[in-house]
Design a protein. Structure first.
Ligand code: FMN
Length: 178
């Protein structure tokens, strides 16, 4: 089943705080590895997942601009932490704090990406829900997806500037304050 054919149920599901949901991709974001918890939380078997693009588990309520930020950061060969809401094949959803990094082979060639996701702080999830709703509203004001994404990203960058902080510092400050 394609992600676009799944209707979100609005029901949140959880995974243990001391466990990580792991996946690896090639340079284009096609999945090359998943751990057992990934399969459990996505509802797909490893055979169904491998080779699929990572938007297989995308939730439609995630703002486009967060993924733009993710890909822009990764393409500069930098790591990124991000709060992401993902969707199980049933339409249920779960929140993660993802840490995504570029990966290299033994020769030092950049070959793909690795994401490990932990269970996020509940207070931060509440903040993110409201913040991502604002970003979605900005994006939806534009009929053109790219323009909407850029406008939402600009507003995000303005917020960071106002706070005098970087994206990474902002994410960590949320966690520390919660
Ligand atoms: C290593 C890695 C892990 C990713 N993990 C997720 C994820 O957990 N959920 C998600 O929706 N997108 C994830 N993405 C981003 C997807 O590739 C994609 O950009 C996103 O789902 C948006 O899809 P769309 O362009 O179809 O809107 C990941 C990408 C990489 C490289």
């Amino acid at each position: 089943m394609a992600q676009k054919d799944i209707t979100p149920t609005g029901k949140e599901i959880f995974f243990p705080e001391n466990e990580f949901i792991v996946s690896k991709t090639d340079l284009k974001g096609k999945i090359t590895y998943t751990n057992i918890l990934f399969e459990k939380m996505s509802g797909y078997s490893r055979d169904e997942i491998l080779g699929q693009p990572h938007n297989l588990i995308r939730h439609p309520d995630m703002p486009h601009c967060i993924f733009k930020l993710l890909w822009d950061t990764l393409q500069q060969k930098k790591e990124i932490f991000a709060y992401v809401m993902n969707m199980h094949r049933s339409g249920d959803h779960y929140w993660v704090l993802a840490h995504v990094v570029p990966t290299y082979d033994l020769m030092g060639n950049h070959v793909g990406y690795h994401s490990s996701r932990r269970s996020p702080n509940r207070k931060v999830v509440k903040q993110m829900q409201s913040y991502y709703r604002d970003l979605n509203n900005i994006e939806r004001k534009h009929s053109n997806v790219k323009a909407g994404m850029q406008a939402a990203l600009d507003s995000f960058n303005d917020l960071l500037k106002e706070k005098g902080t970087s994206y990474a510092e902002y994410i960590f400050s949320l966690n520390a304050a919660a």
